[in-house]
Design a protein around this ligand. Structure first.
Ligand SMILES: *Cc1c(COP(=O)(O)O)cnc(C)c1O
Length: 437
């Protein structure tokens, strides 16, 4: 089994834990940039302007992270008005922003329209909703296709396309494109998202083939030439040590072959550009949750109680997802203990890991929970008054930066200021009653 090694050294992790206090999510700039370079290399065959990644903001909505990705030339994919505000705050606008929402409030369409975002409509009914909200269409729009069937091999978190709430049938997508083209939209595209956390390196290539066939039908039947295909997200990461990481070069090569087979170029007047919206693949391995063992317990099982909980990392609780755990400073010791790593929520399912073989760990030990850069802090919540913790960025030069402070009780009470009791709590919460260290 391949060993999974944290991106920071034991000494760095101890220093950071000392400086910021545990728990916190740590992100590694070097890993983010390395993955960005690998993705660009995999799609270099698209030529100048023929490819763009729009990072799915929901995976890690932190402006410092989005700033690094923007510096690498990437745009963003947003799904809500608040995510659009993050994009705007990061200086992104127009073609930088894809807006792929569903069950969309009019106000969110208006926010996307004002930024000049490329809105990707989830349903035929949304053609009218967008027009009702904004009065006209944006210069560039797209439609979200749900092809049905099983051609793209739905795997993992996402089920069969026909049970999915996302996207429209091919006939509906064509009708939406016909109406958009008739309203003077300058450029149209098609988007589809059929698989999550797929380790199948052929998935993107098959999806590109499917979208190019759809584009050819649209051209034949409606005389509309699409300007881009958006492969969206779904490329997976090797959460488990026995899984082989996706070779992104092979993913890019699969898409290249699909274009070659369809006889379609990615640049030039008749070119169809390639877009994607990778969230997990871009960022999951570039983040880790650093937490401390604050108690051990032995009953019918062995437990490591930590100062983080499922509100820092929800994936194990809701998907029984595996996140690898390293006991900092004990990598050379035999993994001869079997632990459940548990947080302090009053929920039996609050386990970051279960039945996990680890070296014997003790109170005070630091644990590094791997691959939390995507859908880690982002999925956090405040259940049980467990406030969300800090985010820290490890810079390429070895320095670190607090990129989101931990929540304080006053943040939790902030929405209660409409009541007398709430105002009293706000006063208490702001007074630093909870000293954490
Ligand atoms: C979540 C999402 C993504 C990112 O998916 P990953 O599996 O994280 O790559 C991309 N596009 C849309 C529309 C999404 O909802």
């Amino acid at each position: 089994m391949a060993e999974k090694v944290p991106f920071a050294t034991d000494e760095q992790l101890r220093d950071l834990a000392e400086r910021y206090g545990t728990p916190f999510h740590l992100y590694d700039e070097a890993t983010i940039r390395r993955r960005a370079h690998a993705l660009k290399a995999a799609f270099a065959w698209c030529g100048e302007g023929g490819f763009r990644e729009h990072f799915a903001v929901k995976a890690c909505p932190n402006p410092a992270i989005i700033g690094i990705l923007a510096d690498e030339g990437f745009g963003v994919d947003c799904a809500t008005g608040v995510e659009l505000m993050i994009a705007e705050g990061c200086g992104l606008a127009g073609g930088d922003i894809m807006f792929s929402s569903n069950e969309t409030p009019d106000a969110d369409y208006r926010a996307a329209h004002a930024l000049g975002a490329t809105t990707n409509l989830d349903d035929l009914t949304q053609v009218d909703h967008y027009l009702r909200a904004c009065g006209s269409f944006a210069g560039r729009m797209s439609v979200r296709l749900n092809p049905g069937g099983t051609i793209a091999a739905a795997t993992g978190i996402q089920g069969e396309p026909e049970s999915s709430k996302f996207g429209m049938r091919p006939d509906q997508a064509k009708e939406a494109l016909r109406r958009l083209a008739g309203s003077g939209v300058r450029e149209l595209g098609v988007h589809s998202f059929l698989s999550s956390n797929s380790l199948d390196e052929g998935y993107f290539g098959r999806l590109a083939g499917l979208l190019l066939r759809f584009a050819a039908e649209v051209e034949d039947e409606l005389g509309i030439r699409l300007g881009f295909v958006n492969l969206s997200g779904g490329v997976g990461v090797a959460y488990r040590p026995d899984q082989e990481p996706v070779d992104i070069m092979r993913v890019g090569e699969g898409v290249r072959r699909a274009f070659e087979e369809a006889g379609v170029a990615t640049t030039g007047a008749s070119g169809v550009r390639v877009a994607c919206e990778l969230g997990r693949w871009m960022l999951a391995p570039a983040g880790g949750l650093v937490t401390r063992v604050i108690g051990t317990k032995s009953t019918y099982r062995e437990f490591l109680g930590v100062d983080a909980c499922s509100s820092d990392l929800m994936r194990p609780m809701i998907y029984d997802a595996y996140h690898h755990v390293t006991v900092v400073g004990r990598r050379d010791e035999a993994a001869d203990h079997t632990y459940d790593v548990v947080g302090g929520l009053c929920e039996g399912t609050d386990k970051l890991a279960h039945d996990r073989a680890l070296p014997e760990a003790h109170e005070g030990d630091l644990l590094f929970v791997h691959d939390t850069g995507a859908h880690g802090h982002a999925m956090g919540y405040q259940y049980n008054g467990k406030l969300r913790h800090a985010e820290v960025l490890l810079r390429e030069d070895g320095t670190s930066e607090l990129i989101r402070r931990a929540e304080a009780p006053a943040d939790y009470f902030a929405t209660l200021g409409c009541t007398e009791a709430g105002r009293r709590l706000l006063g208490m919460g702001g007074a630093g009653k909870l000293v954490r260290h």
